[in-house]
Design a protein around this ligand. Structure first.
Ligand SMILES: [Zn+2]
Ligand SMILES: [Zn+2]
Length: 421
């Protein structure tokens, strides 16, 4: 590897020389402060060890009940997939699907893809078709939400404790450990190092003569494109509309295609659904004392009045404040970018980063409802069912995540370039 490769910032497109890093350190963009590259000593060994541990924990976590509820000597228990099945049976298949994808399928895909890439390399062999597996990993990563699931389990536990005596299951602790180990595995996983080890034609770095002296400050102005998936910088072939990355095969674009229009579309859909998500009941509880319909807000009020005010605050932030602030923040980003505003470029990039980071936490209420619905099924005594707002709310969370993913932060910085636009 040459010591000073050229790299483009994925958030502002500025071209920079890559400084070789030693020890545990981070290289940041000198214009917008985005993390360009993180150096991990022994990343391969550590990432593999954490990944294997995570897979074991994942299997245990899904084999045992999360939580049990004992009423009149009867113990009702549920596993994660059991809870999904109850939702599906109740006709709540959009929620069942969402929970299944975010807590089971995507984490499983992420761990399997990491193990698939790391294990052969650890044995000094090459994985077969690392390009495809790498893209699967890139796809799965933002949608695995084990850490949000854990918080959802805890909130559900507190709510259930008001109904009957709660027996925490093995899986509760296992998922807690899984959350930490999976985070450690993701942190230790170093795509940069991985591509270096795979080498061969997958390394496919552009020739040094090609990138020796960039024509302009940004990649786009120099006729270069960064791969969204693997970060490889390549020379853009002029007038080729479906160029693909020579390393991982992902489609290449100078900027995310139709970024502004797509972001608006997702955002408007999210705003429309935000209304029923807050007005309609998310949960129907029927018991001997009659039936009650809870909206998201009344659920927060209930937690507050029953003395669990820390949880009331958490649920309020995750379910009400975050979706609303996220919609407002993305709207601000899109409008200011459309107006080609030159104000607060750095701060706006930072807003984008925060939006990407916190959006997932809104899934909290969906997980709480899932667990409550799965456990409170005593026909005579009490039954909880998911209400129509749960579907609308789940859609709001997914749509705002799509909106954030469609927005291209490099457009913020394009306003500073005179020759484009
Ligand atoms: Zn940057
Ligand atoms: Zn690529």
């Amino acid at each position: 590897m040459t010591a000073e490769r050229l790299i483009a910032c994925h958030e502002c497109d500025l071209l920079q020389r890559e400084a070789p890093l030693t020890g545990e350190s981070v290289l940041r963009c000198c214009r917008c402060g985005a993390e360009l590259y993180r150096n991990h000593p022994d990343s391969l060994d550590r990432a593999l060890a954490f990944t294997v541990t995570a897979i074991v924990l994942f299997v245990i976590g899904n084999a045992f009940p999360i939580v049990g509820l004992s009423v009149n000597g009867d113990l009702v228990e549920t596993t994660l997939l059991g809870a999904v099945r109850v939702l599906y049976r109740d006709g709540m298949w959009p929620i069942a699907g969402l929970v299944f994808v975010t807590t089971f399928l995507m984490p499983l895909m992420q761990m399997s893809a990491m193990a698939y890439l790391l294990f052969p390399l650890w044995r000094r062999r090459l994985p077969y078709r690392p390009d495809i597996v790498f893209r699967v990993l890139h796809l799965a990563r933002p949608w695995g939400m084990t850490e949000v699931l854990i918080l959802g389990m805890l909130v559900a536990l507190v709510k259930l404790a008001h109904i009957a005596s709660v027996v925490p299951g093995v899986a509760l602790w296992t998922f807690g450990a899984l959350m930490l180990i999976l985070a450690a595995a993701s942190a230790a996983f170093d795509p940069h190092d991985l591509w270096q080890r795979i080498g061969g034609h997958y390394r496919a770095a552009p020739g040094p003569e090609e990138l020796a002296e960039p024509a302009a400050r940004t990649a786009m102005a120099s006729g270069l494109m960064t791969c969204h998936d693997c970060g490889l910088l390549t020379k853009a072939a002029p007038h080729v509309h479906d160029a693909s990355c020579p390393r991982c095969g992902a489609h290449l674009h100078e900027r995310k295609p139709a970024s502004i229009a797509r972001t608006w579309a997702f955002l408007i859909a999210a705003m429309v659904l935000y209304i029923p998500a807050n007005m309609l009941p998310v949960m129907n509880t029927s018991s001997l004392f009659g039936s009650a319909k809870d909206t998201i807000m009344s659920g927060v009020v209930y937690l507050w009045t029953s003395g669990s005010w820390p949880l009331a605050i958490i649920v309020f932030i995750a379910s009400i404040a975050v979706p609303m602030l996220k919609i407002i923040a993305i709207m601000f980003l899109v409008i200011s970018t459309q107006r080609r505003s030159l104000a607060m470029l750095q701060q706006r990039t930072r807003v984008y980063r925060v939006v990407e980071l916190v959006g997932r936490w809104s899934m909290l209420d969906i997980y709480v409802i899932t667990i409550l619905v799965a456990l409170v099924q005593f026909n005579a005594l009490a039954t909880i069912q998911a209400g129509p707002a749960a579907v609308a709310f789940g859609a709001v969370v997914v749509l705002t995540m799509f909106a954030a993913m469609s927005f291209d932060p490099r457009l913020i910085w394009d306003a500073t370039e005179h020759d484009h636009g």
